[in-house]
Design a protein around this ligand. Structure first.
Ligand code: PLP
Length: 394
């Protein structure tokens, strides 16, 4: 393992700008002194050296002129999607945004009017709801069914929940939280559902590279190319390579009319990505980046085993087996405690700061979402702290 020590190195993140530390008190109400914050989906170890080398060279050169239309950027994105996901895109389909939070907000802005509905399968990434609400649109929650400990689509219930005012479906593939990977058949069902209700289908695939056990992510456009005229795929290096602070992401839009609308709004808002974001993305989506990702997945798989074994040994707690993402979804309902008592033990006794499950909507209330993208010793410490905080249940 070429990069092993890098993933296990403890960095002084408490002394940096990191939201996970700096905003823990304000957002999740936890004193950060001596705590392990896990509520933000970014990594506690550095990105690949191919990325830092490229960024260092750009900084050493010292010129940050206007202009992002760089040879090789679109080709790097195309190459990565083809190599890792067997998805052949035309580089012209790429519309670059300031990260995927930006892309989600842009889709809501472009394809809905105030008051109209934005649907999503829950529990899901809380910003789907928050961005919908902030834009003055109406969230339309489509709860997933929990069947034998795994989330399943409930499209009959979803059909009933869609109103004529619902215009957009935000689909998270793989699902955050829970790490559920959708099969080609399920993705086709979702795309058919979007077509049935004449919805723009925004397929957020930011976690698609973080898959375990040799699983293969299937892009929505690969599973359901017949719905290309309504599908927008969101994709980025930000989670896989810990580049969220570089603020860059890609919307892949095969349909020329949809693409013109999204690109037109970005132009109207005078948006261009940063040159360092482009540099970082090009360096990440490379053969060297691919090797580093393989090493990272070995590290994450080991952390997943340590976490699941330790958490599932606590009576009343259950960590859902992740198929993808580094964000384990832990069900505390078996403790018989209420959400306040669980939060008190997790955040104030164990001093571990996950994202509270209620953020993610219906089905999340008795859960917490943790984060495995940390050194192994941090995961071991997390498990030990939680075992101690719930020791009376052992
Ligand atoms: C499903 C999903 N989409 C989008 C984002 C935000 O991406 P970005 O950092 O590129 O804005 C996240 C971050 O956690 C996410 O989990």
């Amino acid at each position: 393992m070429q990069f092993d020590r890098q993933f296990d190195k403890i960095l002084p993140l408490q002394d940096t700008h990191s939201n996970k530390w700096k905003k823990a008190k304000a957002v999740i109400g936890m004193d950060i002194e001596g705590a392990i914050p896990m509520w933000v989906a970014d990594s506690d170890y550095p990105t690949a050296s191919c990325v830092t080398d490229a960024l260092r060279a750009a900084v050493d050169f010292g010129v940050f002129n206007y202009g992002m239309d760089r040879d090789g950027y679109a080709e790097a994105v195309r190459w990565w999607l083809e190599t890792r996901h067997d998805w052949s895109i035309d580089p012209d389909w790429i519309v670059t945004t300031q990260g995927l939070g930006h892309a989600i907000a842009l889709c809501i802005d472009v394809w809905t009017e105030r008051g109209e509905g934005v649907a999503y399968f829950s529990p899901v990434y809380h910003e789907f709801r928050l961005k919908t609400e902030r834009a003055g649109r109406t969230p339309v929650e489509l709860p997933l069914a929990l069947v034998d400990g795994r989330y399943e689509l409930d499209l009959d219930a979803a059909d009933a929940a869609i109103t004529p005012e619902t215009k957009v479906l935000l689909f998270c593939s793989p699902q955050n939280p829970s790490g559920r990977m959708w099969t080609a058949d399920e993705i086709r069902q979702v795309a058919d559902f979007a077509a049935r209700h004449d919805l723009i289908l925004v397929s957020d695939e930011v976690h698609c590279d973080l898959v375990f056990d040799g699983a293969k992510h299937i892009p929505t456009d690969v599973a359901a190319p017949e719905h290309r005229d309504r599908t927008i795929t969101l994709f980025a290096a930000s989670k896989t390579f810990n580049l969220a602070g570089l603020r860059i992401g890609q919307m892949i839009i095969p349909d020329a009319d949809l693409r013109a609308k999204a690109a037109g709004r970005l132009t109207a808002l005078n948006y261009d990505p940063t040159s360092l974001g482009v540099t970082g993305t090009m360096a990440a989506f490379s053969p060297a980046g691919n090797v580093w990702l393989g090493e990272q997945m070995v590290h994450l798989a080991r952390n997943r085993d340590i976490f699941d074994t330790g958490i599932n040994a606590i009576p009343g707690l259950h960590s859902m087996r992740l198929e993808a993402t580094y964000l384990p979804w832990v069900d505390f309902s078996g403790t018989g405690m209420d959400a306040d008592e669980i939060a008190r033990r997790v955040m104030h006794e164990a001093k571990v700061g996950p994202a509270p499950g209620h953020w993610f909507g219906t089905g999340g209330e008795m859960h917490n979402r943790f984060n495995l993208a940390a050194p192994r010793s941090v995961i071991e410490d997390t498990v030990a702290r939680l075992q101690a905080a719930f020791a009376d249940l052992q």
